[in-house]
Ligand binder design. Sequence first.
Ligand code: ADP
Ligand code: ZN
Ligand code: ZN
Length: 844
Amino acid sequence: MTAPLYARIIVDVPARPADRPFDYSVPDHWQSWIAVGSRVAVTFAGRVLQGIVVGLSRETDVDPSKLRGIEEVLDAAPPLTEELIELSDWVSRTYACPRITSIGVMLPAALKAQTETKVSLSDNAMEGQFAAASGSAGLVGLVGLVATDEEQRVLDYIRQKQPIKLDQLTKQFPDCAPLVKSWTAAGVLELERSVKDRLNRKKVQVVEAVGPLAALAELAESLPARAAKQKEVLLYLQEQGEAVALAKLTKELGVSSSAVKALESKGWVTVKEQEVLRDPYEGRSFAASKPLALTDEQQAAYGSIVAAVREQRPEAFLMQGITGSGKTEVYLQSIQACLDLGREAIVLVPEISLTPQMVERFKSRFGDLVAVLHSRLSNGERYDEWRKIAEGGAKVAVGARSAVFAPFTKLGLIIIDEEHESSYKQEDSPKYHAREVALQRGRMNGAPVVLGSATPSLESYARSLRGAYTRLLLSKRALGGPLPAVQIVDMRDQLKNGNRSMFSKPLHEGLEARLERGEQSVLLLNRRGYSTFVMCRSCGYTAECPHCDISLTYHQSSNHLRCHYCGFAQLQPELCPECESPHIRYFGTGTQRVEEELAKLFPGIRVIRMDVDTTSEKGSHEKWLNLFRERKADVLLGTQMVAKGLDFPYVTLVGVIAADTVLNLPDFRAAEKTFQLLTQVAGRAGRHQLPGEVVIQTYNPEHYSVLTASRHDYEAFVGQELELRKRLGYPPYCRLICVTFSGTMLQAVVRTAEEWADKLRSEWGQRGNMDPFETEQLRAEVLGPVASPIPRLKDRYRFQCVVKIRKEPDQVIAAVRRASDAFHDRTRKTDLQISIDVDPQMMM
Ligand code: ADP
Ligand code: ZN
Ligand code: ZN
């Protein structure tokens, strides 16, 4: 008799009341299997669900006789480490979300099990205990229970197929639910509930010699001459020295599988199934790359990072390096040092720049030690890459945001490239910021974190000023070339001078010159589709999405108007729906429109357009970029996808069609984002021998973000921007929480938002219009409610409150969560939702 063991389990129910660990006892036979981080099947509120073990103990606070046992441990080895379990608690507290949600983001989709119910006849029923008075035995005797022919058919079906999945049974007999319930209650049927994995493992057929390899040649000799193919197979197996995939064998030897079958029937070889890990980069070879001799600046940065790795010191570095300064080479060599010390590394890059080019740089240096995690992988591929990490085959994980949760156990270094990117913030729950998670993991593992960028976020820059981050500076381009010259073009002047085209004179001439010289250009327009909106010239009607308060975008290729927020689409009307005027026109410019205009102005020009519409297919991204690299196109035109990370030697011109698209967003970070985007895209020009040139078209030529970007002057930009943020009381001078209330009933949304705000105001002692000095004394301040910038989305009304955190952020976040939980009854019974976003990147 083993001592009792109790497991604390988070069950897979993302609702407030279930958001705490529940105790279960662990039956003896599961004790040696279970660990913190195990997935288990447990019964909860009458259902069998997946749960995650967050603690194990010989004691429990609950009366042990009242505890249920766990049903099953689902994996031989726990998929999550103790460290990740602890981290999930931190994520939940920091971002005000249920624990199961933060655990969920750490597990690959393939490990999110589904529950399954199987139906069979009970032992009693099988033994004929229900035999009716008629005296006949067994199932026939169930006659007393079965009233109709249909019922008899259900019963016969169960008997034949048992145990049968409940959903299969209901597919066959859609109305059988009441019957199954009453028979179960009567003890005729038994329901077995279990948690079923969606794991799909890839298996291939392999051929293996049965006896010792050394004997194969002799066996081959013994075969008659006409069995030449079989001979070949035997000798090949001997030469390979191990089991060989059947497909590979038949292909390389040019034999059919019948030769193998013949050998199998002789009992000399066996063919069996073996699991293989899918490799998304299968069949691709990566030329090995060697470390470059570092420049002085690179060497200094490298030295500081490696010292911290060696001492296992969780120091945070802000590596500020201009585009082309060789940040990636510093990452690569620091990782090498980390691996040499027997530790592992995570590299985060924005999804959008997780291009084949970027992946190649890591694969070329570290080969099979690299696992790549990005959103274009299938669930199976993703699961296998994840397992390579968990099982120790991979030592470097390169991936987008969620790769920060890579299940390493000897984490020695975390790198975040382009740390200013807003895509590091997840917009769905858990609304975590990968940078903050990385810093937390760094602290938990004694691993330094390197934040790299040419244009650090203001938050990071402010932290480096405070000394929280160590600043590493790369001020020169590694290949020596100067940063490209930037020209700002005032589009209002162009119009005054009679140029109504979307291309200014300098950009037009620049494109022309590149075409003549056979060089390439990159054009950026941060807006897909054909035009921004459709308006009637006669009455002023604009086409809006019927489900969102947002104008529709015209897509010319399909002649549709489309909502970029909910996907709604309708045919472009010929006449104005309001006044039936035919003068309905497009305004603003999207990438499709630019493509068309280029073809008109420069006949024969070869354009590649890259935006969400042209890159939705798997591998399309790579295809376009390869075509461009091979100089099969003159212009690469696209949204911000073309701004990041690309390194093409023949690109000598970068054109920004409209710098104002981001600047005009209702967002306190608009200036920062504009500066970053302009700097990034400008950095694509003249990276190699040929000098580069940049043309920025704008209606705001005096704006400081445009001016400072044109001079590549980050310091000047942050100087002004920090001052402004300080005056307005925005981050990095405080932290924000954006709380959005949404629902289909406008009244309920507004009322809840107001009650919510009042509740917190009274808790924090905030009165109406306090003077600023007084509010400084408060822990936090609630602003709003006001209608959200997008007041209606997918038919739901949206209001928001913004909380400005002044001190004690942990307490403030907890209070915000408590206040929202207080409305649990309302959100459970209606379609009202309250969503909390801590440190929001977007407040739309
Ligand atoms: P960043 O990531 O800072 O934009 P990259 O790492 O892409 O810069 O480097 C730009 C170019 O300089 C690349 O072609 C890279 O191979 C080259 N490079 C980087 N470091 C060195 C070095 N120490 N010596 C020679 N070339 C280098
Ligand atoms: Zn009209
Ligand atoms: Zn819509």
